[in-house]
Ligand binder design. Structure first.
Ligand SMILES: [Fe+2]
Length: 380
């Protein structure tokens, strides 16, 4: 039996056993699926067998991550990474990733014992991939496996639009309420200021190192929504709430969205959420609702994982529509994750921004809520 650590909301270990399930390409060795989900659990967990991890790592060592400014080079890299993932990823994990596209499918996956680079340099202090990272195992696995759900893309205002982004504290930005800081980050949906159709649908975090054992928390949006009183659900569905652009966006001034709703029906019985670190009501009633829901978020049940703390790498991949996430404080010590955003709508976003393939880095300003006819409206 596998003995992976199953972390519950407050960091306790689960007593749930890992159950081997058969079948994946290649070796015939069973992978382990942790059947740890209760009805309120959002995360489906897997642990790769060592033999699979090693085979995937061997293939990934053949690929080289291109210069991020080389757009055609990234296209090639992505195709190769997808082929490597298709060859090595256990069928159960592939199916779970692909199920995220459909109603009733998974909303969050946590996969442990994934391939890692044989030698990692110190984490970057400038948010940029270190030149001294000699191999591209993490990028190959991250880009390859997340493509089962959507294509990788980015916004120019964040990390210069690099498709794979380094998430590590940046000394001059440690007080920021962003991925460059060390302070606690409350629950949020990444880049909520962007229109829903152009917002990241999936978010992948690949754990490389985590000396301070900083946890990442996830919260099931629909379970949370169902726990709220009807009056609050009704108020938060009104387009009366303004969202602030994240501090990770390189905007010179604080930028706010037009009034929008916090919860929006998706047409399949679910709701998706827009949730920024900073929000404000467009009127007194809306502000009161935001105060109440912020307080409810602080008490809501959540689940946690500690990325980057195992002997292998790990991946937390979740819906950026149906799962909100937060992060504990990063105390002294090195922490390094790599992040990708994914979307099934890459061509649609290209059309909205007047760009063409192979562009996959877009100006968020063109896609933010409130944008109309080439001019941003109702921003403060
Ligand atoms: Fe985030």
């Amino acid at each position: 039996m596998n003995s992976s650590k199953n972390l519950l909301p407050c960091g306790r270990k689960s007593s749930i056993l890992d159950v081997p399930i058969p079948g994946f390409p290649g070796t015939g060795v069973p992978i382990h699926e942790t059947r740890g989900r209760s009805r309120t659990s959002a995360i489906r967990r897997f642990t790769l067998p060592d033999v699979v991890r090693k085979a995937w790592e061997t293939d990934a060592l053949e690929l080289a991550y291109p210069d991020p400014s080389d757009r055609n080079g990234f296209e090639r890299f992505e195709r190769e990474a997808v082929a490597v993932a298709a060859k090595n990823c256990p069928a159960e994990i592939t199916a779970a990733m692909q199920s995220m596209k459909t109603p009733g499918g998974e909303v969050a996956l946590y996969i442990q014992n994934l391939p890692r680079d044989p030698k990692l340099p110190q984490p970057p202090h400038d948010g940029v991939r270190p030149i001294s990272k000699e191999t591209s195992v993490s990028e190959t696995v991250l880009v390859g496996i997340t493509n089962f759900d959507g294509e990788v893309f980015a916004y120019k205002e964040e990390k210069d639009g690099r498709p794979v982004q380094e998430i590590a504290p940046v000394p001059r930005s440690e007080r920021k309420a962003s991925n460059e800081g060390r302070a606690v980050l409350g629950f949020h949906i990444d880049d909520s200021i962007v229109m829903p159709c152009a917002r990241p649908k999936g978010l992948g975090l690949y754990g490389l190192r985590n000396d301070p054992l900083t946890p990442t928390h996830v919260l099931d949006v629909n379970a949370f929504h169902a726990s709220l009183p009807a009056w609050l659900q009704e108020q938060l569905a009104r387009a009366e709430h303004c969202l602030c652009a994240p501090e990770s966006f390189a905007f010179p001034t604080e930028t706010w969205s037009a009034p929008t709703s916090i919860f929006s029906p998706t047409g399949d019985g679910r709701v998706e959420m827009a949730l920024s670190i900073k929000m404000r009501g467009d009127n007194e009633r809306a502000q009161h609702a935001l105060d109440v829901v912020t307080s409810a978020l602080e008490r809501a049940p959540f689940e946690s994982v500690i990325l980057g703390a195992g002997s292998g790498a790990d991946l937390l991949y979740f819906s950026n529509r149906f799962v909100a996430h937060s992060r504990g404080m990063i105390s002294t010590g090195a922490r390094w994750l790599q992040r990708v955003f994914t979307t099934p709508n890459l061509d649609k976003i290209r059309k909205m921004t007047g760009t063409m393939a192979p562009t996959r880095s877009f100006e968020a300003r063109q896609l933010m809520m409130g944008h109309s006819g080439g001019a941003c409206t109702r921003y403060s």
